[in-house]
Design a protein around this ligand. Sequence first.
Ligand SMILES: Nc1ncnc2c1ncn2[C@@H]1O[C@H](COP(=O)(O)OP(=O)(O)O)[C@@H](O)[C@H]1O
Ligand SMILES: [Mg+2]
Length: 226
Amino acid sequence: MDVVKTKNLNKDFFLGKTKIRALIDINISVEKGEFLAIAGPSGSGKTTLLNLIGCIDLPTSGIIRIDSIDTNRLSSNELANLRASKIGFIFQSFNLIPVFSALENVEYPLFKKKKNKKERKEIVMKALEDVGIEKFAKHKPDELSGGQRQRVAIARALVTNPKIILADEPTANLDQKTGATILDIMKKINEEHKTVFIFSTHDSKIMSMANRIIRIRDGAIISREV
Ligand SMILES: Nc1ncnc2c1ncn2[C@@H]1O[C@H](COP(=O)(O)OP(=O)(O)O)[C@@H](O)[C@H]1O
Ligand SMILES: [Mg+2]
């Protein structure tokens, strides 16, 4: 059973009257437990594709199915609920809330769920432990290194126990060694929780850590490698 499926996905942007075909007929099936890299140079459509899969943006045409749910049929409210319950996001620039501690950043997605304070604290501390950063729970983002910030962001993505975590160039702002550590943490979570990870990268060392690679260029898939 596919956790993510896209059929003939197209996305056009308009700059004035100029049409940019950001994605062209993208067909992807992602199964439970996959650790998949979307690889391509800058401007190839990686962010656009992850934003469509994550229901942050809508396609120009084509179908996106998340956990067998046809997202075209959903209202914007239903899409928001689907996103909150099934999808976690990790971004290149971490996107943490600067005035919140690590603990509060990770706690934030849980406010949409009906959990009391004690339950929230337990779940948050478990997520911080999963990424090896529980000692820094009270630190604010500017008191953490890049690698530590990205660990907090992984914990935040993980805390709702989503089926899918989307990571858009999660290592692009990190040095090579820290980036590889971040990938190792993602892989460990993938194996333990069976969470699907789809991450984008243009770094060949990082893409080699995936179980499967889909390469895109100029908005189209150019190859698939296992
Ligand atoms: N909001 C937008 N408006 C216009 N063009 C866009 C927009 N977002 C992306 N694009 C264009 O779509 C193409 C793919 O962009 P993107 O998905 O950001 O690539 P990548 O993440 O691989 O660098 C590029 O040509 C980019 O300029
Ligand atoms: Mg991008």
